[in-house]
Ligand binder design. Structure first.
Ligand SMILES: [Zn+2]
Ligand SMILES: [Zn+2]
Length: 182
């Protein structure tokens, strides 16, 4: 495992800038991966991460863990919290990592980042052992289920269809979508 500076730089390069969120995401990812006995420098096929926020922090989590939405190894829980749960699917061990203290901003971003870099992970990250039941239809790999929506005709993967009046519908047709088509 390389040092914090290496990983925070890598995460910042992907994200487009260095910021407190990237620093915190780096800290929680490294702390959680150590706790699970996983090495960030190799491909971790048995790691699934649930992130609880769609902000800077999650870009660091993605870069350091290698987990992505496209591989179904990154799950997004819309909680608006600076937290993520790291699951080792091989051992079943899972840790939820949260940021312990609010980091006060210094005069410049450089000073804030410098301050964060000096705080040990153990003083900044709370790790909590949790259990996570991952549904079969959420796992990476070959899709277990496919359906065609009876209303729009579009394909629905991985059991996300809903039954209404005996028909399989996509969620947008069943419950109303986030978009309006003219
Ligand atoms: Zn940022
Ligand atoms: Zn539909």
């Amino acid at each position: 495992m390389k040092d914090y500076d290496y990983y925070v730089k890598k995460a910042g390069d992907f994200h487009g800038h260095a910021c407190a969120g990237i620093a915190l995401g780096t800290k929680i990812s490294l702390a959680a991966m150590k706790a699970l006995g996983l090495d960030p420098d190799v491909k971790n096929k048995n790691l699934i991460v649930y992130t609880e926020i769609d902000r800077c922090m999650t870009d660091a989590v993605q870069v350091i863990t290698g987990c992505t939405l496209g591989h179904r190894s990154l799950k997004y829980m819309d909680y608006g919290k600076f937290a993520a749960t790291f699951v080792n699917t091989k051992t079943g061990k899972a840790v939820r990592a949260t940021v312990m203290e609010h980091i006060s901003n210094e005069a410049t971003i450089e000073e804030t980042l410098e301050k964060i870099s000096r705080i040990p992970e153990s003083e900044m990250v709370t790790l909590q052992e949790v259990t996570v039941k991952i549904p079969e239809t959420d796992l990476p790999g070959t899709p277990q289920e496919k359906a065609v929506c009876a209303a729009c005709g579009e394909m629905v993967m991985d059991g996300r269809q809903v039954k209404k009046g005996g028909k399989a519908l996509c969620r947008a047709c069943a419950n109303g979508g986030y978009y309006n088509a003219p």
